[in-house]
Ligand binder design. Structure first.
Ligand code: SF4
Length: 414
């Protein structure tokens, strides 16, 4: 794949912790997290969702542990989960201890509602004895009231102060197996809070815009916050908080990391031109059909759907595979080189067939197997289209002459 991560600000150095088998921080790849929406006591339903999340790209999954039945469920879930399980704890110290008894790989504590220092230290001690890491999960919506008052609101400084105080309790019992989050639903607050956290701590940071809402708005907010920080080298693990099937969260997290070049491509990346007056097909329809046909195959390649043969193959020459529409025909190309010309109604089928072959045989083999007359046929199609549409859709030559005439004093009001 195209390596782009070295174009971003280098990752800030953080300590490394292990959440079960997944390393977080240090030189570990940025991991993707999500959270189940089932009752944790529903072991089969929760495991089903965990498997779906794992196959959509989640490296770590969090489950609520809000009652004894949930802790009992966790005891069974942990053993059968394909990914490490973190228990989400609010209010109840006994649920944190029960989750540790259940064998979870990590805890998330909310310092805003689990407030007694003696209880916080007890959980940290128990976690330390078991080698289980804890996320200090500060949330602007449930900030400790004393801190809220002292800072006059859930400001970035207040969020970081909450994490600092919790960390001090942990340090009293010699526990530092920690990662930190300072989430807010305001993207600007969240960005400022994580920048400050990154300058204050060297613990790994778990990024997220909390309560971002349903897609597409929630995706935009999550991406605005998380991607901004990742591009600055801040963040070791991420979670989108969407009001949607959590599989959407895992998928979005994975796609974001792949699009930033922070993770290897593991699934299809379908790119498509936005279409314009030159388009020779309904690009949205063809792209949707291609997405549906290719998604289930989980092929780790970038596929382009382009609306016209004049610009398409050139504009998408970086794609592993693509198709561009001509006059009733589709030009199939690999890395910008035309390999086959197919009838318009066979475009999607040809794309799917070639995608499978490309993954199985590799780029060189598929280029070697190309139809040798395809390039000449494609050139003829392009020439015919240019004749028909005109190479100069904006009448640029005329306009440039007019600009030059104006520059030389022969201006015309026409
Ligand atoms: S590929 Fe062709 S149809 Fe698509 S945006 Fe570019 S010029 Fe327009």
């Amino acid at each position: 794949m195209e390596v782009t991560s070295n174009l971003l600000t280098p990752r800030r150095a953080t300590r490394q912790i292990s959440v079960g088998s997944v390393k977080v921080g240090g030189d570990a790849v940025v991991s993707v997290q999500s959270m189940t929406t089932t009752k944790t006591s529903d072991v089969e339903g929760t495991l089903q969702q965990i498997y779906a999340l794992a196959s959509a790209g989640a490296d770590i999954v969090r489950c609520t542990c809000n009652e004894t039945a949930a802790a009992e469920g966790l005891a069974q879930i942990v053993a059968r989960s394909p990914v490490p399980i973190v228990a989400d704890i609010h209010f109840h110290v006994e649920m944190a201890l029960a989750a540790l008894d259940a064998g979870v790989d990590g805890l998330r504590l909310n310092p805003g509602n689990l407030r007694k220092p003696s209880e916080i230290k007890l959980v940290a001690s128990e976690a330390k004895d078991r080698g289980v890491p804890i996320r200090i999960g500060v949330n602007a919506g449930s900030l400790h009231p004393d801190i809220y008052e002292r800072f006059g609101g859930a400001t970035p400084e207040a969020l970081v102060e909450s994490a600092r105080i919790e960390l001090a309790y942990f340090q009293e019992v010699g526990f530092d197996d920690v990662k930190i989050s300072v989430k807010a639903s305001s993207v600007a607050t969240m960005i400022a809070a994580y920048r400050l956290a990154s300058a204050t701590f060297d613990y790994p940071l778990h990024l997220g815009v909390t309560e971002a809402g349903p897609p597409p708005g929630g995706l935009v907010k999550g991406t605005a916050g998380i991607a901004t920080l990742l591009a600055e080298g801040i963040g070791d693990t991420i979670r989108y908080s969407l009001t949607a099937d959590p599989v959407e969260e895992a998928r979005a997290g994975r796609q974001l990391l792949e699009s930033l070049g922070l993770r290897e491509r593991s699934s299809l990346d379908l790119i498509a031109c936005p279409s314009c007056g030159r388009a020779e097909v309904d690009v949205i329809k063809v792209a949707t059909e291609a997405q549906e046909a290719l998604s289930s195959l989980n092929l780790p390649i970038q596929v382009a759907v382009m609306g016209c043969v004049v610009n398409g193959p050139g504009e998408a020459r970086h794609a592993d595979l693509g198709i561009a529409a001509g006059k009733k025909r589709g030009h199939l190309f690999i890395r910008g080189q035309i390999i086959r010309v197919v009838p318009e109604d066979e475009m999607v089928a040809a794309l799917v067939e070639e995608a499978k072959k490309l993954v199985a045989e590799g780029v060189e083999a598929r280029l070697a197997a190309r139809d040798l007359s395809a390039e000449a046929e494609a050139a003829a199609d392009r020439a015919a289209l240019l004749d028909f549409q005109g190479a100069d859709a904006n009448h640029a030559t005329e306009r440039i002459e007019k600009i030059r005439r104006r520059g030389s004093g022969e201006s015309s009001t026409k």
